[in-house]
Unconditional design. Structure first.
Length: 76
């Protein structure tokens, strides 16, 4: 599909600018996530957050640890 397109070459200045821009955008996104989490925690409080973490941990443990009987059944 891209066989007919000419190769695009970038200058060192363009690559440097793209790298810096992507880092700035990454920092802004990270800051927005932290700010959003702090606001959410402020409105909800600790109890729902702790319950959510416990449920997520339980599901993760269930997915990662299967009993020996289930492993034997899967092999047959």
């Amino acid at each position: 599909m891209t066989a007919n397109l000419p190769e695009k070459t970038y200058t060192e200045a363009q690559l440097t600018r793209a790298t810096v821009t992507s880092r700035v955008i990454g920092w802004l996104q990270g800051g927005a996530v932290v700010l959003g989490g702090a606001i959410l925690l402020r409105f909800l409080g600790w109890i729902p957050v702790i319950i959510g973490l416990v449920v997520a941990g339980w599901v993760l443990i269930k997915l990662l640890s299967r009993s020996k009987n289930q492993k034997d059944e899967d092999e047959q």
